[in-house]
Design a protein around this ligand. Structure first.
Ligand code: URA
Ligand code: CA
Length: 434
């Protein structure tokens, strides 16, 4: 087999066989096939697509490229959660403690930021002392003790995804249904949980911009999970504006803590509760979502959810006091108010650009080796549909390095469309796929 023939075949829009897909994945991971040929193949896949069988074969070849995690030492049904990525999507930090405090088990391996989206590991690392690298033995111990642990992927979990993810990021081939499905589901299938709840984002800040393609992605992933013997369901949820108010690592942890404490409401909390209640039903803790939701509200109100988050932080080496005192999180040198230049209703946001704003402030990586500044980012004061007067504060910017400040303020303002239409027509949860 020659990789160039597979490139030509896919360029013509033909279907790749299981053997051909395995050849490509194995060859890429071993280093026999170079980046430039894989880049060409990815671009051909991007334009020609892969059918369901090819996507399934891709996913399974990716799973087989590395080790599988054995979580059998954790007794009970482990339910995993995965978002396809967005801006101010801190749901994992909220969902984990909510599920654990309600009686479920969450043993989750998370990732870092990709493109304009934030990464759970970067957020967790803003907590002083927090260690996201744990041995499998310790990981199981933490979940067995407090019901939840969130760590980084272990060394050899889906090495094919590590290489492909980085290459797609720099070759304009992230936003393809089959490539995202392969990336997400290979990690879910390899990481040892029993059941999976997916949060598939759609909108201006998601990789899938329209509801149709997001639903197609959701269906593809649910089918692959089910075929592999893990019950999987997906919610298609809105990413036409940052999900929470906070964008930036320590700020997002602060918002998660406020939600767990019952001190803060909004779309991030609503989506987190929707995901957590699905996880509790899949995990056989409750027979319906209404009961699960009632329990979730109880563990928010009685402090149990926040306590679980503190416990997890402590068991992973972090300072658990942050849950009672968020001023212990890193803080920036200055806070700048960004004000509206005109009056009107907020019509829309370019959420992808708003993710880039946070990167420009230093909250993420624009190059692989960039160091993330935990303290920086911004806190939104307005949402789509809100009326703003000229001079009203749109957001507080948390700033350290001012190198890209002008550019980020300009991009931020340009990303928020203000007009005369007072109608608010955004949904939060579009559909459930199972
Ligand atoms: N999240 C992933 O894990 N992989 C993708 O390709 C996109 C989002
Ligand atoms: Ca409270």
């Amino acid at each position: 087999m020659r990789i160039v023939d597979l490139i030509l075949k896919k360029k013509r829009g033909e279907v790749l066989s299981r053997e051909e897909i395995k050849f490509f994945i194995d060859g890429y991971v071993s280093g026999d096939i170079p980046d430039y040929q894989v880049s060409a193949l990815l671009m051909a896949v991007y334009f020609r697509g892969m059918d369901k069988q090819e996507t399934t074969d891709l996913t399974l070849a990716m799973v087989d490229s590395g080790d599988k995690v054995d979580l059998s030492s954790i007794k009970g049904i482990k339910v995993d959660k995965h978002s396809t990525g967005g801006v101010a999507d801190t749901a994992t930090l909220i969902v984990g403690p909510l599920v654990a405090a309600s009686g479920g088990l969450v043993a989750k391996m998370s990732g870092r930021g990709l493109g304009h989206t934030g990464g759970t590991l970067d957020k967790l690392e803003s907590i002083p002392g927090m260690n996201i690298s744990q041995t499998m033995k310790r990981f199981a111990e933490i979940v067995n003790t407090c019901g939840v642990s969130v760590i980084g992927q272990t060394g050899n979990l889906v090495p094919a995804d590590k290489k492909l993810y980085a290459l797609r990021d720099v070759t304009g081939t992230v936003d393809n249904v089959s490539l995202i499905a392969g990336s997400v589901m290979s990690k879910k299938l390899a990481s040892g949980s029993d059941k999976i709840v997916l949060d598939v984002k759609t909108g201006s800040g998601a990789f899938m911009k329209d509801v149709e393609s997001a639903s197609e992605l959701a269906k593809m992933m649910v089918d692959i999970g089910t075929l592999a013997g893990k019950e999987t369901i997906a919610l298609v949820t809105d990413m036409n504006q940052p999900l929470g108010n906070a964008v930036g690592n320590a700020l997002e942890v602060k918002e998660a803590i406020e939600i767990l404490a019952g001190d803060h409401d909004g779309d991030l909390k609503s989506v987190s509760i929707a995901l957590a209640s699905k996880m509790l039903v899949l995990g056989d803790i409750f027979i319906n979502e209404r009961d699960a939701e009632a329990r979730i509200n109880e563990v928010i109100n009685n402090g149990e959810a926040l306590k679980r988050f503190g416990q997890m932080i402590e068991m992973q080496g972090g300072n658990p006091e942050v849950v009672n005192d968020t001023s212990l999180l890193p803080s920036s040198d200055s806070i700048l108010e960004i004000r509206s230049d005109r009056e009107g209703y907020i019509q829309a946001m370019n959420t992808e650009n708003m993710g880039m704003v946070a990167l420009l402030l230093g909250a993420g990586r624009t190059k692989k080796r960039d160091v993330v500044d935990s303290a920086v980012g911004y806190w939104m004061k307005k949402r789509i549909g809100d009326f703003v007067n000229k001079g009203d504060v749109l957001a507080d910017f948390y700033v350290n390095d001012r190198k890209n400040l002008d550019e980020s303020v300009e991009l931020f303002k340009k990303s928020i469309e203000i007009g005369n239409n007072s109608e608010k027509k955004i949904k939060l949860i579009y559909n459930t796929v199972k």
